[in-house]
Design a protein around this ligand. Structure first.
Ligand SMILES: N[C@@H](CCC(=O)N[C@@H](CS)C(=O)NCC(=O)O)C(=O)O
Length: 306
């Protein structure tokens, strides 16, 4: 019996990163299928407004964002490590680039090619997320070609990293750089129209992709959302570790709100229960699930005192 629950949906690439990290750590976990667009009535009571996928749950603790999920899994299962000391700086810089520069043009390219085959409402939902009006199918389709020109040179960078036949981006073992780049490459399989031909010129890249896929998803079973909500309701947030606030940070017990620093508009509000240079956790009370602790990474997120 495992306590870990992953809120995800099958075609989410960030969820694929989380599933693969769970496999790398040889963990058993339970999956809850969440909708890919709003409303998300079985997720928002847990997170207090954070809507992205995936979210990791253990009882009344929720970890938002795969960057923090990676750290939490590493804390629980240090070996094999996602963060080898020798390549830590390069690995995190590559991970940040892959998810913050490479991912969006890949998403727009693949979604554009598959414009007619995406789930109903997805284009509108994502446009709203970016503060844009609903796009026409024609506009979504046109974005594919424009973004392919941004995708190609960056895919070539990845291929160049692997040209000397090293098994993984930074050496003999997979690290966080591989997981963060892999899920972007995974997305090329598209939904209906396969986009993997873009990768075909790169033999070593394809071999790396297959090695990463072979890591697998660990031991997965599926449960329904009601069971996950009940587990949160029946639990209390775990006792927090000792906080190490930086200058200007809110202290444990202070009220604060947090949201992703890019285009998300919904703040999550609560009492700070833990804070250090990497993580901020807020305890909030929800009418459906009682007290829950919602953990966010620091980098890429904004916070305000309330
Ligand atoms: N930085 C986040 C990004 C997560 C993300 O953007 N996930 C996409 C799905 S792959 C998402 O949730 N999009 C909006 C939505 O599904 O509501 C992470 O690493 O978890």
């Amino acid at each position: 019996m495992t306590n870990l629950i992953l809120h995800h949906y099958d075609f989410s690439n960030f969820a694929e990163k989380a599933r693969l990290m769970l496999g790398f750590k040889d963990l058993a976990w339970r999956g809850v299928e969440q909708p890919p667009i709003l409303p998300k009535p079985d997720l928002v009571p847990l997170t207090g407004g954070y809507r992205r996928i995936p979210v990791l749950q253990d009882g009344a603790d929720l970890w938002c964002d795969t960057r923090l999920i990676a750290r939490e899994l590493e804390r629980r299962v240090p070996s094999p490590t996602l963060f080898p000391a020798a390549t830590l700086g390069a690995a995190q810089a590559i991970a940040w680039w892959a998810e913050h520069q490479l991912m969006r043009p890949v998403a727009l390219y693949v979604s554009g090619v598959n414009a007619e085959h995406m789930p109903a409402g997805l284009h509108e939902d994502r446009a709203r997320l970016h503060g844009l009006p609903p796009p026409s199918l024609e506009a979504v389709r046109k974005a594919a070609t424009r973004n392919l020109h941004l995708v190609r040179p960056q895919i070539a960078w990845l291929a160049d990293m692997l040209k000397d036949e090293r098994p993984y981006l930074l050496g003999d073992a997979p690290c966080i750089a591989d997981f963060s780049a892999y899920h972007v490459v995974w997305f090329f399989r598209g939904r209906h129209i396969d986009c993997r031909h873009v990768l075909e010129p790169y033999r070593h890249l394809l071999a790396w992709r297959d090695r990463m896929a072979a890591i697998g998803h660990g031991r997965r079973t599926d449960i329904d959302a009601a069971s996950a909500l009940a587990e949160a309701r029946d639990a209390q947030p775990a006792a927090p570790r000792k906080s190490e606030p930086q200058e200007g940070d809110p202290r444990p017990g202070e009220r604060a709100r947090v949201r992703p620093g890019d285009n998300a508009r919904d703040w999550v509000e609560g009492d700070v229960s833990f804070i250090d240079a990497h993580e901020i956790a807020l305890v909030r009370e929800d009418p459906d699930v009682g007290h829950v602790a919602v953990h966010f990474p620091r980098l890429g997120y904004d916070w305000r005192r309330v």
